[in-house]
Design a protein around this ligand. Sequence first.
Ligand SMILES: Cc1cc2nc3c(=O)[nH]c(=O)nc-3n(C[C@H](O)[C@H](O)[C@H](O)COP(=O)(O)O)c2cc1C
Length: 222
Amino acid sequence: MTVSAALARRRSVRDFEDRPVPVDLLKDILAQALRAPSGGNLQPWQLHLVLGDRMDQLKALMQQRVQEHPGGEETDYDIYPRGLKSPYRERRHDVGERLYAALGIPREDKLGRMLQFSRNFQFFGAPAGLFVAIDRSMGRPQWSDLGMLMLSVMLLLEEAGVASCAQECWAVYPKTVGGFLGLPQEQMLFAGMAIGYAKAAPVNDWPVPRAPLDEVLRVHGA
Ligand SMILES: Cc1cc2nc3c(=O)[nH]c(=O)nc-3n(C[C@H](O)[C@H](O)[C@H](O)COP(=O)(O)O)c2cc1C
């Protein structure tokens, strides 16, 4: 598969088959993804792969935590800026509406939407989960390096026929996840990623638009 085909085909998948992904394949993909570039070659990522029994335990723990604390825990960082401004606010709203429309969950069905959101914490049924953490001393440039690593992982998964969904929602439960993973105090959880084989389901089959190129690009000198 070419890089352009993997980029074109990758999408966030939010319903997975209950079929394990071979651990050797995942480790091979993670080893390859370490080729991702990082400023100063700091490679500021720390990775945790959760599978099998530990995945079952994490899902059970999260089911309980989400019920007890639906509003989450004290967070280490703001997932979105407070008072998200235009056009970002509209883009976020739009993708949310498209997702719920694909699932047939109307705006008034607050419980339905909440339950769908809470599926994040079951990795949408995926058998594998990846967590990405970073040393707390790192700054914005190093956080951008985490994105390079994550996209590299997602494209390699795509090439191997494995689907994924990046999930920053995990940052809403940093204490629970940090405790479960045994994250040292100096490490901060950035995001998770659901990994598995995609189910053929409407939630995995709706177009996610992008702003046109001329909205984000200004060419200088041509
Ligand atoms: C860093 C990051 C975190 C994300 N967190 C979540 C999440 O917590 N839950 C979720 O359902 N989707 C999450 N997404 C998926 C985005 O909503 C998705 O990438 C975006 O809407 C574009 O859609 P596409 O990935 O299908 O192309 C995240 C994506 C990224 C890159």
